[in-house]
Design a protein around this ligand. Structure first.
Ligand code: GLN
Length: 268
């Protein structure tokens, strides 16, 4: 490839949807590109953005939001913006969507109080909050990615089944229809604390309850997003320069040990 590859990260409503460290996912993609000499641009996709701009992103990041913010976002994410976002995900633009974002990509979110918030209906899932007295699903979560072909791609990268370590904090309980779960919960709540599933996977969109340490803690997932985005953009096979992830690996091992030796937060 003669031209220098570059990436544009589309960041959905940064001021409204960035709970619990979700900007960490944007920073992780940005830094892992820069460390490899790949120029990156971050484009906020929000109320000020012209709908047309949604067409100019190579990878999309959407974070979590509280119920009130989700409502504001959904009032803006209508018409042409919604159509373009839907189309981009349908044709396989990669992305990572956390907590409130997948709720909005589904059919609807029923908050603890107030009206149902209609979603984009792209993911066949619904989310219901059981009410203000119900406890939230909070804590560390460990799950194994099972969605195809993501699980196979990651298994090939890692030489072992892809295990994700994350942190969740949600009141809503998500129930999947005709969409693949992202993975199977080993420890924690996942989508609803009942069926053992975590997240969803559609096209190349990763929907998960794991917040913004997701990509820093599981850097192979960031690399999968970067590689997929570049391959789609340049229509050629891309090999990423390996990075030294030994610190992240040590953090993963310490956390796995902690979660495996404690039954705190085990709900699967
Ligand atoms: N408002 C949603 C819930 O509590 C999402 C919360 C979040 O994104 N952290 O389920």
């Amino acid at each position: 490839m003669s031209e220098i590859p570059c990436l544009t990260i589309g960041w959905l409503y940064p001021n409204l949807m960035s709970t619990y460290g979700d900007r960490g996912n944007v920073i992780s993609i940005q830094r892992r590109c820069q460390w490899r000499g790949i120029p990156v641009e971050i484009l906020p996709l929000d109320q000020q953005t012209e709908a047309e701009q949604f067409n100019h992103v190579d990878v999309i990041v959407g974070g979590g939001a509280q119920d009130r913010q989700q409502e504001i976002v959904m009032r803006d994410l209508q018409g042409k913006k919604a159509d373009i976002l839907r189309k981009r995900l349908e044709v396989g633009t990669p992305g990572v969507f956390t907590c409130g974002s997948p709720q909005l990509l589904g059919h609807y979110y029923e908050p603890a109080l107030g009206q149902r918030i209609q979603g984009l209906g792209l993911l066949d899932l619904v989310t219901k909050h059981p009410g203000p007295k119900a406890s939230r699903c909070i804590g560390n979560v460990v799950f194994e990615i099972t969605a195809s072909p993501l699980a196979e791609d990651l298994q090939q990268m890692l030489g072992e089944p892809p295990v994700i370590i994350g942190f969740e904090n949600h009141g809503g309980r998500t129930y999947l229809g005709d969409v693949q779960p992202l993975g199977k919960v080993r420890s924690g709540y996942g989508n609803n604390g009942e069926d053992g599933y975590e997240g969803a996977f559609y096209g190349n969109a990763i929907a998960t309850y794991s917040h913004g340490p997701l990509l820093p803690k599981n850097p192979f997932l960031a690399d999968w997003l970067i590689k997929t985005a570049l391959q789609k953009k340049y229509q050629t096979e891309i090999e990423l320069i390996p990075l030294d992830d030994s610190l992240a690996q040590q953090a993963r091992e310490a956390m796995l040990k902690r979660l495996e030796t404690s039954d705190l937060g085990v709900h699967s």
